[in-house]
Design a binder for this molecule. Sequence first.
Ligand code: AHM
Ligand code: MG
Length: 343
Amino acid sequence: MPDRPSRVVRNTATSVVTIERFIIEQEELHPGASGALSGILYDLALAAKMIANKVRSAGLADVLGSAGEENVQGEVQQKLDLIANETIVKALDHGGRLCGMASEEVDELIPIPPEFRTGRYFLLFDPLDGSSNIDVNVPVGTIFSILPQKTAGDRATLEDALQPGRDQVAAGYVIYGSSTMLVYSTGSGVHGFTLDPLLGEFLLSHPDIRIPEHGRYLSVNESYEQHWDAPVRDLVRRYRGLDGKRDAMNVRYVGSMVADFHRNLLGGGVFAYPANAKAPSGKLRLLYECNPLAFICEQAGGAATDGTRRILDIVPTRLHERTPIYVGSKADVDMASEMLAAQ
Ligand code: AHM
Ligand code: MG
């Protein structure tokens, strides 16, 4: 993990800090920074506010239900997925800071239109994760990952997208829950901001988040148990205290990865989506979901593995590649690595 640069010291009980001010202060810790990364983060915060508005009024406006199109994973998209996707593209494509983008909802790379300037960063995102939960009012989220451009041209190629997660320069997520929160890291700690709906501003509410070493919560969909192999079944039994070798964790599964991850980040725990006989690589996407959350988790003191490899070390070969994942409190994730490596 990179060294953590010195930080801005403030009294969080009395200071009111907007995300804009915080981003500027963080940039000042890196002399020579061009400001491009900060600009991308501002634009993402703006997109998040726009999506939050749509999500909040989803039950009122005629935006519920399926848009009727299937995405590249063969899943039917909800209308809000498309709206969130479009919102992010439109907020980011003209800033001159990106060479390209990729979205979980789009088959191919999203190019920067020829009329706009480009920059040296590549953005990957899942515009609305957990969108099947929208019509039952369960939290959903946006996840993003920012990579440096690897190739030399002014427009991105697939090579720019297919970099291991350890090369991310920033990652974050937005959770649209009882309040809207944006949590991100640029490699110097993890910081959370809560949207003040009256001011329309994200305010620093959770500076320097650290995940507890041991977790209280286990988030896994146990309905797949019959399709797991024996080591995964044994691991989940161990987490649940059923083999008598550790205290039982509390099972909590929203079915919306951002919500499950966020709870475990703050309270300690592990989120697992193992491979199973019906989904040999699991369900979740390396580039849009697993890499960004693994980056944040490591920055907060946690860990993430696919069972045998650190998530951030996996070299992707496809844009929509899936991977099994165990992410969360370090001791609990290390237990997964040990038990699954022994298989
Ligand atoms: P999505 O990107 O199509 O919304 O799917 C991802 C979601 C995650 O948020 C969640 O953890 C997982 O799917 C739940 O899947 P399952 O119902 O198989 O447990
Ligand atoms: Mg998703």
